[in-house]
Ligand binder design. Structure first.
Ligand code: GP9
Ligand code: MN
Length: 604
């Protein structure tokens, strides 16, 4: 072989190897890294060679695939997960968060283009080096087909094949495509899962706090991107959330280890989990997928008891399919941007200050008791607050980063909530109300080293998933005299069961969560950011491995930060999978409010 003659081809191979080494570094491949880089490189090179007779086709396919690789990297930076065909339903909302997306692109991403440059030069000048003899073409084609035995082996549970399949670009997307196709074609019937052995649930005879809020109005403030680490915390000697800190101290239940519970619908899933105590879907947006289904979540239960139920959000009604979903979720009226006066736009929509002011005026006109559900928007990534509205001093260096802007923005929302309280008090609505405040989900991704390092420095310990996904929950009841603080693990599934007890609206319901005031079982599972199978129980944090192999997972103690042997986490892992299967079964078969052969309580 004449090396010189084939030099352009070797250069192309080298560029492709660099491209994928970098790609898999960016998508956190840790197991079988070299094998995976080689497999993708072989398949990708094979495609180029097979198409090289038509240079424009070859370069178009590479360019399109490269665009996908970049999309994958950007998505991974935010969601800690590869894209799925089930993400298509989210795509229509992507433009509205384009500034977040563009903020995730790095200059270094240019590495992904390296082979395209080499390929363009080759096709222009030395196109023939890619023209292989027929028999070599056959070999190349058969190398692409190596996907088939891998997927077959993985389907039999071979650990190596499973690990490679879940990480390698072409195999993962082939598997994902088949799964999503089957779902769309209704070939998959969601069966009731087989019950698993778990610890006996503690049965509480006399429920604490039963009915103490019966008959009061309820106002929920779901705060955009509010993390618990901002509360009871100072920045340069200044309290970040002085008003919320004050609320916690008086007439409140405060849960400081409360967790977000999301599927594919982000903010809307936070609403869905909190209102329905069901795990949101990973196969699409729950508000879209289950919009015609029967629910008996918080708004419906209150409506059945004579409450007027009203939702407020300063964005278009169609966003996250709220418009279609809210009637069956139990809302009488939805005040979205179409119905509100859009008189003060900040970031993605109406400012929190204006939302609360208009909301108070509307609440004054409706008959009590009412349920007012407010979804704030101002504290949304990229957290840009106009100078004159910034109520906290942040250093120039921090201000140039997400972390500093986040602190300014959180303070803005804290002040907006304070104004809301003042208006509610002045209108006489506050004293007979209960106000719930919780964050919808995290605001600063811990997966991104640029943010992780600064937040870790701020906290004084490693900023990891247990801190990132920790949102605050405050249940404030003026005049109640309650000062209750809990650091036990709960999540958004647990809100409804807790309120069912506090408002005495108990019914025979299927709920995945539990009453936080009447349990000693502290458990939360995760499906986003940490992969399905991940969970937290007591002080243990278990993060399911990126490659889907249990033994490759990671576990640590959230208080000591010491590693824990993953073999101790089998039971929690099985429980997480089981609970997701039960929830999926109930939702997919529209059995949330109907008599069901499966309930959440595995001991029944
Ligand atoms: C959109 C708002 C923000 O209406 O709720 O959604 P997010 O981008 O946080 O999912
Ligand atoms: Mn949100």
């Amino acid at each position: 072989m004449k090396i010189k003659e084939h030099l352009p081809f070797f250069l192309l191979l080298l560029a492709i190897l660099i491209k994928f080494s970098w790609f898999y570094n960016m998508t956190a491949v840790r197991n079988h890294y070299i094998v995976i880089v080689l497999i993708t490189s072989v398949i990708y090179t094979g495609l180029i060679i097979l198409l090289s007779k038509k240079p424009w086709l070859s370069i178009t396919v590479s360019a399109l695939l490269t665009l996908l690789f970049e999309g994958e990297v950007v998505y991974f930076r935010y969601f800690n997960k590869l894209l799925s065909f089930s993400n298509f339903s989210q795509a229509k909302f992507a433009l509205d968060v384009s500034d977040v997306m563009f903020g995730l692109i790095r200059y270094a991403d240019i590495v992904l283009l390296i082979d395209l440059v080499v390929l363009a030069v080759i096709l222009m000048k030395h196109g023939d080096v890619l023209h292989l003899k027929r028999k070599y073409k056959a070999i190349t084609a058969s190398m692409i087909l190596m996907i088939v035995p891998f997927l077959t082996l993985a389907s039999f549970g071979n650990e190596f094949a499973v690990s490679v399949m879940n990480q390698e670009f072409f195999m993962y997307h082939t598997k994902d495509g088949i799964e999503v196709y089957n779902h769309l074609n209704q070939e998959v019937v969601i069966e009731a899962p087989e019950p698993i052995e778990t610890e006996e649930e503690s049965i509480v005879e006399e429920k604490a706090y039963k009915g103490i809020f019966e008959g009061r109005n309820l106002i929920t403030i779901q705060v955009e991107s509010l993390q618990d680490m901002m509360l009871l915390q100072t920045y340069d000697g200044q309290e970040i959330t002085p008003f919320l800190n004050q609320l916690i101290q008086k007439d409140s239940f405060y849960f400081s280890s409360y967790y977000q519970q999301l599927g594919r619908g982000n903010t809307s899933d936070s609403e869905f989990s909190s209102h329905n105590s069901m795990y949101p879907s990973m196969d699409g947006i729950s508000y879209e997928r289950y919009q015609d289904y029967d629910f008996k979540g918080l708004p419906v239960l209150l409506k059945d008891r004579g409450y007027e139920t009203v939702a407020f959000h300063g964005n278009e009604a169609a966003f996250w399919c709220r418009e279609e979903a809210y009637p069956n979720q139990g809302f009488d009226t939805f005040y979205s941007s179409e119905k509100l006066e859009m008189d003060d736009i900040l970031g993605m929509g109406l400012s929190d200050q204006s939302l609360f002011a208009q909301g108070t005026d509307i609440l004054k006109t409706i008959e009590e008791p009412f349920y007012g559900f407010f979804i704030t928007l101002t504290n949304h990534n990229p957290y840009v607050i106009p100078e004159e509205l910034i109520g906290i001093e942040v250093s120039e260096e921090d201000k140039s980063q997400l972390f500093g802007r986040y602190i300014e923005s959180v303070r803005y929302t804290d002040e907006a909530i304070e104004s809301f309280y003042n208006q509610l008090e002045a209108s006489g609505l506050l004293e007979n109300s209960v106000v719930i405040i919780y964050g919808d989900h995290h605001g600063i991704p811990s997966m991104d080293p640029a943010h992780k390092d600064r937040v870790s420095e701020f906290l004084g310990y490693d900023y990891d998933f247990d801190e990132m996904m920790n949102i605050p929950l405050i249940i404030h009841a003026p005049g109640s005299g309650i000062t209750y603080q809990s650091d036990d693990i709960f999540d958004q599934q647990d809100l409804l069961p807790t309120l069912v007890n506090l408002f005495n609206i108990d019914e025979s319901l299927n709920m995945m969560g539990q009453d936080m005031l009447n349990t000693e079982d502290y458990f939360a599972l995760f499906q986003t950011y940490m992969l399905t199978g991940s969970f937290m129980k007591d002080d243990t944090v278990f993060e399911m491995s990126r490659d889907g192999v249990f033994e490759n997972s990671r576990a640590y103690n959230r208080k000591t930060r010491e590693p824990i042997d993953v073999s101790e986490c089998r039971e929690g892992y099985s429980r997480a999978l089981y609970e997701i299967a039960v929830s999926k079964y109930l939702l997919e078969n529209n059995k949330v409010v109907k008599e069901s052969d499966v309930t959440r309580d595995v001991n029944q």
